[in-house]
Design a protein around this ligand. Structure first.
Ligand SMILES: *[C@@H]1O[C@H](CO)[C@@H](O)[C@H](O)[C@H]1NC(C)=O
Ligand SMILES: *[C@@H]1O[C@H](CO)[C@@H](O)[C@H](O)[C@H]1NC(C)=O
Ligand SMILES: *[C@@H]1O[C@H](CO)[C@@H](O)[C@H](O)[C@H]1NC(C)=O
Ligand SMILES: *[C@@H]1O[C@H](CO)[C@@H](O)[C@H](O)[C@H]1NC(C)=O
Ligand SMILES: *[C@@H]1O[C@H](CO)[C@@H](O)[C@H](O)[C@H]1NC(C)=O
Ligand SMILES: *[C@@H]1O[C@H](CO)[C@@H](O)[C@H](O)[C@H]1NC(C)=O
Length: 422
């Protein structure tokens, strides 16, 4: 009998903790003016075991595209029904739009299930990428007349944070990933993990200090390979992060980036079914083929390059150049088998913060706002902490501090339950 009560108590407290408003979560937003859509990523940690197709449907993305973004081998049989382990971290490719003057993704919709609440959708299902208030705002009153009981099967629009910043970082191609900070994270750890620097992260996110908190949403620049397709191509602006693959042209063409080069490399996709010709005109070369010929003047390199999906057909360009040395064989990002267990690195602690990273210059391109009322995890013990300050003039920082009465009530409640259970 005694062991039962503490367990129940703990569960209750965990549940309660999950529904407390957090102190001052911040999220980086990017102002925008035109109506174009650009490429971005969100970082997502699975809240439970999910099939590939289930994760894809949560984010309204193509499962193949989801797998290739994470360099997961799509040639495994029935890979879309493969079950991915809870707590696995994935990069989800989402189109980033311009809505009411700021970058956000509005292409994601979620069909509610029994016992969903706005806070469980926000904190569990979408891992803190969206707050309950933001879901409420993005949906009409009729759907949410009583947010505590949402009719099962309601289609909710889920606005997700995204940024593009012109798909460049320090004038080099980049894709930005929206990342929900966990309590173990430090800015230095994140910088190391994503091969960037603390000062770059501070610049991009207009942070006044390197202090980040559980629940903050950062934009993390990932180095990438950019395409050079004409504006009328359907996949204009395609940009692929280092270490990733992308599928385009109705699943006919697969492009990769890295590891050794910043050139986008495209070739016929392994699952290409009925595709228009992938051969370069007036040559026998196929997309991705490169021929070399050593001459006294250097290496004569001829390649058949993909140049966009135009009017339903695959455009290609035959290009010839004289290079000092012949290129080596094409290197590809390493494909992994569909994960069944978590990779070890998930459990290793992030590197400790370093005091390096000079004071960032003011950053004109982003601003930081609270993601209002985000609800996930536990608030830091001891209540509100100081917020980073001194961001650039463009930023508008306002903290929604956790309400003290709630802290107080929780405190009393903990005491009460503990004394009761002892
Ligand atoms: C966006 O990036 C392109 C190159 O990719 C560059 O030519 C252009 O000037 C950039 N625009 C802005 C507003 O930074
Ligand atoms: C791409 O990632 C590889 C490791 O996967 C790294 O060695 C390489 O330096 C990266 N390239 C760029 C341009 O960031
Ligand atoms: C050209 O590309 C096709 C398809 O990727 C490949 O099967 C073939 O081996 C390549 N040929 C040469 C000469 O590289
Ligand atoms: C390079 O190779 C292409 C095709 O193989 C050929 O047409 C061209 O004349 C060559 N150029 C030189 C400078 O050798
Ligand atoms: C074509 O592809 C090759 C190999 O990836 C690359 O070196 C070259 O710059 C590309 N040419 C053009 C015009 O994009
Ligand atoms: C695409 O097709 C339309 C009509 O089918 C044509 O008017 C247009 O010029 C085509 N665009 C390109 C880039 O070929």
């Amino acid at each position: 009998m005694p062991p039962l009560l503490p367990t129940a108590t703990l569960l209750f407290l965990l549940t309660l903790g999950a529904f407390l408003p957090r102190a001052a979560s911040k999220s980086t937003i990017e102002p925008c003016s035109n109506s174009d859509t650009c490429s971005s990523l969100v970082g997502y940690t699975l809240y439970t075991d999910l099939k590939v197709s289930e994760v894809a449907s949560l984010f309204s993305v193509d499962p193949i595209s989801l797998l290739l973004t994470n360099a997961i081998d799509i040639s495994y049989p029935d890979v879309e029904n493969h079950i991915l382990p809870s707590q696995l971290f994935l990069k989800i490719p989402i189109p980033c739009s311009c809505v009411d003057g700021i970058r956000k993704s509005n292409s994601v919709s979620y069909k509610t299930r029994p016992s969903d609440t706005l806070s469980s959708i926000s904190s569990a299902v979408y891992g803190g990428l969206v707050s309950a208030d933001q879901i409420k705002e993005a949906n009409s009153k009729a759907e949410l007349s009583d947010p505590s009981v949402i009719a099962v099967g309601t289609q909710l629009n889920i606005p997700l944070p995204c940024t593009c910043f012109n798909n460049t970082d320090n004038n080099l191609p980049a894709v930005y990933m929206s990342y929900v900070v966990k309590d173990v994270d430090t800015l230095a750890g994140i910088a190391a993990r994503y091969v960037t620097t603390v000062s770059d992260l501070m610049n991009v996110n207009a942070l006044g200090s390197a202090e980040i908190k559980d629940g903050d949403i950062l934009a993390i620049p990932l180095s990438a390979c950019a395409s050079n397709f004409p504006t009328y191509a359907k996949d204009y602006g395609l940009v692929v992060p280092n270490g990733s693959y992308a599928i385009t042209a109705s699943h006919c063409v697969q492009c990769s980036c890295g590891p050794g080069s910043r050139n986008l490399y495209c070739m016929p996709a392994s699952l290409a079914v009925s595709c228009s010709s992938m051969q370069c005109r007036s040559s026998n070369l196929m997309l991705g083929n490169i021929t070399t010929q050593q001459t006294s003047a250097g290496c004569n390199v001829t390649s058949c390059n993909y140049s966009g999906f135009v009017n339903g057909s695959i455009a290609s360009t035959l290009s010839t150049s004289l290079q000092p040395r012949c290129p080596g064989t094409q290197q590809f990002p390493q494909l992994i088998a569909p994960p069944t267990v978590l990779p070890d690195s998930v459990f290793s602690p992030a590197p400790a913060p370093s005091e390096s990273g000079g004071i960032p210059t003011t950053n004109p391109k982003s601003s930081v706002v609270p993601s209002s009322g985000a609800v996930l995890g536990f608030p830091p013990a001891g209540g509100p902490t100081g917020s980073p300050s001194g961001s650039s003039g463009a930023g508008f920082l306002t903290d929604h501090s956790i309400s003290f009465p709630i802290m107080l009530v929780l405190g009393l409640f903990v005491k009460f339950v503990l004394s009761f259970s002892l």
